[in-house]
Design a binder for this molecule. Structure first.
Ligand code: FES
Ligand code: FES
Length: 166
């Protein structure tokens, strides 16, 4: 019987999975959110709606912000994935400036949505380092927060866009 492998690169580490229906194999219907959280222990990306509506599970795949609950892992073969765990400096532990800006601006409360919002913001800033507030709002239009008004988030992302160091 043919077996297929899927190899993903998550936060600069390579992981290979055998696809199939046997115990331990990657099911063809397994989502990337499930793989990241349940197999790799990367629990920063949150599963909430599981239908692409809230953005809590957002990760970056080959430079684009993607909802991992709506992405099949088998479709991520040979792709580069960055999760919230991949932002801090792996050697020093220093936070990414965007993470620090969220802290400085108190841009979260319970924090459940925050990894997804940061990853969507990161994808935006990587493509467009100086977005306007309107562009920031558009980029984050798929990310929902139950706790706070979004303006703290806009301020944090805008600080990075303007090069503000607090
Ligand atoms: S959990 Fe993926 S969009 Fe809500
Ligand atoms: S900070 Fe609680 S859901 Fe956004």
């Amino acid at each position: 019987m043919d077996t297929k492998d899927v190899t993903i690169n998550a936060n600069d580490f390579e992981y290979s999975f055998s696809v199939g229906t046997k115990f331990g194999q990657l099911s063809a219907s397994e989502t990337l959110a499930e793989t990241l959280r349940n197999r790799l222990g990367l629990t920063g990306s949150k599963e909430a709606c599981n239908e692409g509506a809230c953005g809590c599970c957002t990760v970056i795949i080959n430079g684009n912000a993607v909802t991992s609950c709506m992405t099949l892992t088998v479709d991520c073969d040979e792709k580069n994935i960055t999760t919230i765990e991949g932002l801090a400096n792996p050697e020093t532990g220093e936070l990414d400036p965007l993470q620090q800006a969220f802290l400085d601006r108190y841009a979260f409360q319970c924090g459940y949505c925050t990894p997804g919002i940061i990853m969507a913001s990161k994808a935006l800033l990587d493509k467009n380092p100086t977005p306007t507030d309107t562009e920031i709002k558009e980029a984050l239009s798929g990310n929902f927060c139950r706790c706070i008004s979004q303006y703290h988030v806009i301020e944090a992302v805008s600080d990075i866009a303007k090069g503000v160091q607090k």
